[in-house]
Design a protein around this ligand. Structure first.
Ligand code: 13P
Ligand code: SF4
Length: 319
């Protein structure tokens, strides 16, 4: 059987089981094209968290990574949240443990803790606020300016937030996402040289985000063509922008959606090797098994969930 026929049959089965269990499929913008194509809601971390909170479905199949499914389970404990592959983790979330955070907090007892959503539930439970890349600046701006802040775990997003808010009382954890850190400034500059008319879209987790802003400030990159955005904001921008060409500095999975939504526009990966192995673990076969066997159910111990929820509630409310 040819691949397209096989996929069509699996999708039919998925739809059958989805109806039977009254389920919804939430998928992140970095998922494989065939997963993006079956999603009921496709979005960035914030949009998916909000969709998990408001859905009327009984079962949420989370096509993303573990911390996203955990966040959904905390936000909406009445639902069954399924992650099709338990190995779908996140190198950034792994860059800080709850023990490390407790020790860091003890060094700054009066500081407010702002955690990126890419963290474990235990780390969120030790945090005052959560944020995503689309509202990190707004979340930090909502905290009184005289308050010291511990920002974790992404150092590039932390530096971006520090610059945008103009605060010098932000301490930043030195964690990174191995996929975004691997998108280097020299690679981006090289693509820009060959495509000078393109808009440059950079995710704030990228190693090149600092240099892109520097080059913008120096006038090397045109002011109106350089944008630091979450994946959801990138999709919005590529729809409304005048440009025909875009250089995309984030995980390459998003390009499928950009092309789908914008026939006629051209999208170039800043680094075609920026592929998140965790996001790509979710396959159609695994989604079908997850639905049929109702696995893997993601739960968070009540005590941890209760504390983490306060920080997550602030995240979904701000911005
Ligand atoms: P956003 O989709 O929220 O921009 O996050 C990117 C990411 O790395 C998710 O793991
Ligand atoms: Fe984590 Fe990076 Fe993959 Fe996002 S792209 S899930 S931050 S490893």
């Amino acid at each position: 059987m040819i691949v397209a026929d096989k996929q069509r049959l699996i999708v039919e089965e998925i739809n059958k089981w989805k109806e039977k269990h009254h389920a919804i499929i939430l998928a992140h913008n970095y998922q494989m094209p065939e997963i993006q194509d079956i999603a009921d809601v496709l979005g960035d971390s914030l949009a998916l968290a909000r969709a998990a909170l408001t859905t009327e479905a009984d079962v949420i199949v989370f096509c993303g990574v573990h911390f996203m499914a955990e966040t959904a389970a905390i936000l909406n404990p009445g639902k069954t949240v399924l992650l099709p592959d338990l190995e779908a983790g996140c190198s950034l979330a792994d860059s800080i443990t709850v023990e490390q955070l407790r020790k860091w907090k003890s060094e700054y007892p009066d500081a407010v803790v702002v955690s990126y959503v890419n963290t474990s539930a235990e780390v969120k439970a030790e945090s005052d606020y959560c944020c995503t890349s689309s509202n990190a600046v707004e979340v930090v701006n909502s905290i009184p300016r005289d308050k010291e802040i511990l920002f974790l775990p992404d150092m590039f997003l932390g530096q971006f937030v520090k610059r945008e808010t103009g605060r010098d009382n932000i301490h930043i954890w030195l964690g990174e996402c191995h996929v975004h850190a691997g998108i280097r400034p020299d690679q981006v500059e090289d693509v820009i040289r060959h495509h000078p008319k393109a808009d440059l879209l950079v995710h704030p987790e990228c190693g090149c985000s600092t240099s892109s802003l520097y080059l913008k400030a120096e006038g090397v990159l045109p002011e109106d063509k350089t944008h630091i955005l979450s994946t959801g904001q990138m999709l919005k921008h590529s729809k409304v922008a005048q440009a025909d060409e875009f250089i995309v500095a984030t995980e390459v999975g998003i390009i499928h959606q950009m092309e789908r939504q914008n026939p006629g526009k051209r999208f170039l990966a800043a680094n075609p090797e920026a592929v998140c192995p965790f996001m790509k673990m979710i396959t159609l076969e695994k989604v079908l098994t997850a639905l049929k066997e109702k696995k893997h159910v993601i739960t968070v111990p009540e005590q941890v969930a209760g504390k983490a929820k306060q920080a997550i509630d602030r995240m979904v409310t701000i911005g």
